[in-house]
Design a protein around this ligand. Structure first.
Ligand code: FES
Length: 711
């Protein structure tokens, strides 16, 4: 089978070679040590992991984050989520074709007592918010247990190869997400009072205010916290369109997991749906991994993400189609093409505007939902609980880091530690970091044609200011008293040190130098691609900040200074009339769309709303039209919301069908949420520990007796 691994990346270090042998359908394959089954299969070109029991539809990954169950395979006889389970040497993996068969449970099982752990604060999630909260609590001497279901700390930070926005002091702005994760992990591990359980899943909050945790995905514990902090992040929203469950349609976060965490190259040509920061950044990460991005569509008239992210993409040659929606994904067993169309003001596709792109992957990046079910259950049962980061409010990871700090201090105070009030400026900073992008102002290009100075292609108010901190002459300022403004050069002298070009997370600063030649000045441009792709003497195509081609120019120098942190600073020589407008270097030729047949989006009756149980919009509509207003009733009749994802994926889509049928939300009864939110083998509650020699036998009647412990 072909190898789809990334062997060279401009930012990420090379990964270990694949040495762990396992089998897929009886064929021998290799995985990297610690690699998940999903990534190892993708690396071998396998994207179809099974077929649905209801209609035989092919199934692949969707979230790659343990939140859905679309990637289920049968490993050593047991159904498991391929995205969450690492390959073990000698493992036999089979596709899940139909329903899984229950394993043989004959014979006496060995069990052990369930231990109860008392703790002051239990943190669910070791991402940016959970880590910063744990650090504050660690400083205050609070006994903390931090639980995360991945093999390392950092959450989504470990997927972020780009430099962060915000300010250096508040959230490490200008540093790459992967490196922030490492720093925070090192800091939190200094505190002996912070205990960390990785590869461990918080399963439930029970009515006795205890929390069930599966440690190392083997051993069940009951945790008795004084207070719960939910920092479990977010899950990706699904989208209904024809072909939406084909293998090859998956979330942008799943893509970043494959590419940036596991260095797997899952696609040659991809299309992105959604112009928020997640979709824009995923497109950029694809380009960095050498993957072609055939386009991005966004239903709104403007992309919702930062303009600097969008500008980076269009400068690289990726067409961005705003006011466009996806009509369908095509392909028999896997994605082969996508068709999009322009929409009118009532969101209806405009006949004649259809565009078809051949691609093998469609990324869905249409927003995030908070993972907050533990918070609501805890509050329902009277367990003191707070949320931080995306579990509280969807925002950038920089904001999550700051809200985590605030919650950490608040919890320490609540637990009686003498830590003082949360400084008011912390709340102000958190609000600024959560800000949506502000006004866009026309680009103000300099007219001066002498000396050396930075040019800012950053024209939208976003919370970001590392350029002001790094300038050795203090000559870059942002007006106002927060970091939301647009930077400007206020000095009369610039050293030409290029530090502002190097640190800008949006790659939106160039340095213009007329000192040697006024007619042919030089421009220093940031470039985050492989050094093999560019060298002195090359001719490159340069573009303005909107992606307009300005012409071809010659590269006069390429350097990789330490402060650029694995980015390159490329100097080109250009005519004086073009030089100020140059904002980037093109890395791929623009993709042309084919004309698609005329297609008017109908109601979409055959489209799948509940992907686990393959329930269509038509089935739901007919029931809603018959008078059903209770989602639990719909679930009882069709099984929608009852699938292997635990009902985490489709409830919002079902609510959308109600809206489309003209039923106001206040007439719809929501699904009843059961306390158990994650899948777990039932034997875990009885102390049966799979795959591990038992510590001691416990008579079966005592199997669930709690053994109280603490730390
Ligand atoms: S999509 Fe999983 S239960 Fe509906």
């Amino acid at each position: 089978m072909s190898d789809h691994r990334i062997l060279e990346h401009p930012i990420l270090p090379a990964a270990d070679p694949p040495t762990v042998s396992f089998s897929w359908r009886g064929e021998p394959l290799l995985a990297r040590p610690g690699e998940t089954i999903a990534s190892a299969l993708f690396a071998s070109g396998v994207r179809t992991f099974g077929h649905h029991h209801k209609d035989g539809a092919p199934q692949g990954i969707f979230c790659a984050n343990g939140q859905c169950a679309q990637c289920t395979v049968v490993a050593d006889g047991l159904p498991v989520k391929a995205c969450m389970v690492s390959v073990r040497a000698g493992m036999t993996v089979q596709p899940l074709d139909g329903l899984p068969v229950l394993p043989d449970a004959q014979g006496q099982r060995r069990t052990r007592a369930i231990e109860t752990v008392g703790i002051e604060c239990l943190i669910v999630g070791g991402g940016p918010a959970g880590l910063t909260a744990a650090i504050e609590l660690g400083k205050a001497g609070v006994r903390v247990l931090l639980v995360d279901d991945k093999h390392r700390l950092g959450g989504k930070l470990v997927l972020q190869t780009h430099k962060f926005f915000g300010s250096i002091e508040a959230c490490h702005a200008g540093t790459r997400g992967i490196d922030i994760a490492t720093r925070l992990e090192q800091e939190v591990r200094r505190f002996e009072n912070v205990r960390i359980w990785l590869n461990s899943t918080v399963l439930s909050v029970f009515s006795d205010r205890r929390v069930g945790v599966l440690r190392d995905n083997l051993q069940y514990f009951v945790v008795r916290p004084d207070i719960l902090l939910v920092a479990a992040g977010a899950r990706e929203k699904s989208l209904v369109f024809p072909g939406n469950t084909l293998p090859g349609v998956y979330g942008a976060g799943a893509f970043q997991t494959l590419v940036n965490r596991d260095l797997v190259r899952p696609t040659e040509k991809l299309f992105v749906i959604g112009g928020g920061n997640v979709g824009l950044i995923a497109g950029y990460h694809a380009l960095q991994a050498g993957i072609g991005v055939v386009g991005l569509c966004e239903a709104m008239p403007e992309c919702g993400g930062y303009k600097v992210h969008k500008d980076k993409l269009v400068r690289m040659g990726v067409p961005v189609y705003t006011s466009h929606t996806v009509l369908r994904a095509e392909g028999r067993d896997e994605v082969e093409a996508v068709t999009i169309a322009q929409i009118d003001r009532k969101w209806r596709p405009i006949p004649g505007t259809e565009k078809r792109f051949e691609c093998d992957t469609i990324l869905v990046a249409v927003g995030l939902d908070p993972v907050d079910e533990f918070l609501h259950k805890a509050r329902e049962f009277g367990l003191p609980a707070m949320a931080a980061g995306d579990s509280e409010e969807i925002a950038e990871a920089s904001a999550a880091m700051f809200t985590g700090r605030i919650r950490g201090l608040e919890i320490a105070r609540r637990l009686g530690r003498d830590v003082g009030e949360v400084p008011p400026e912390w709340h102000r900073t958190a609000d600024v970091l959560k800000s949506r992008p502000g006004m866009t102002i026309p680009e103000d290009l300099p007219e001066e044609q002498a000396g050396v100075f930075p040019v800012f292609h950053c024209t939208q108010e976003i919370p970001c200011n590392p350029c002001t901190s790094i300038c050795p002459r203090g000559a870059i300022r942002i007006s106002g008293d927060d970091v939301m403004g647009v930077p400007e050069f206020v000095g009369h002298e610039c050293d030409g040190c290029e530090k502002c070009v190097a640190i800008c997370p949006g790659l939106a600063i160039t340095l213009l130098d007329y000192r040697k030649d006024r007619a042919q000045p030089t421009v220093v441009i940031p470039y985050e691609f492989s050094a093999r792709r560019i060298k002195k003497g090359d001719t490159v195509t340069v573009l303005d900040s909107e992606g307009t081609v300005l012409g071809n120019v010659e590269v006069s120098r390429v350097r990789a200074p330490r402060e650029a942190d694995r980015a390159l600073l490329v100097r080109v020589t250009a005519p004086a009339d073009l030089a100020p407008r140059i904002a980037g270097i093109r890395v791929q030729e623009p993709w042309q769309a084919e004309n698609a047949e005329r297609f008017v989006r109908s109601i979409g009756d055959d489209e799948i709303v509940c992907r686990c149980e393959r329930v269509t919009a038509k089935q739901l509509r007919e029931l809603i039209r018959s008078g059903i207003r209770d989602m639990n009733h719909l679930k009882a009749v069709t099984r929608c919301g009852m699938g292997a994802c635990g009902g985490k994926t489709c409830p919002n889509l079902i609510k959308r069908i109600f809206r489309e049928e003209g039923i106001p939300p206040d007439q719809v009864t929501d699904l009843t949420r059961r306390p158990l939110f994650m899948e777990v083998p039932l034997g875990a509650f009885a102390g049966v520990v799979a795959g591990e020699a038992p510590i001691h036998d416990v008579p079966r009647r005592h199997a669930t007796a709690a053994h109280e412990g603490g730390m």
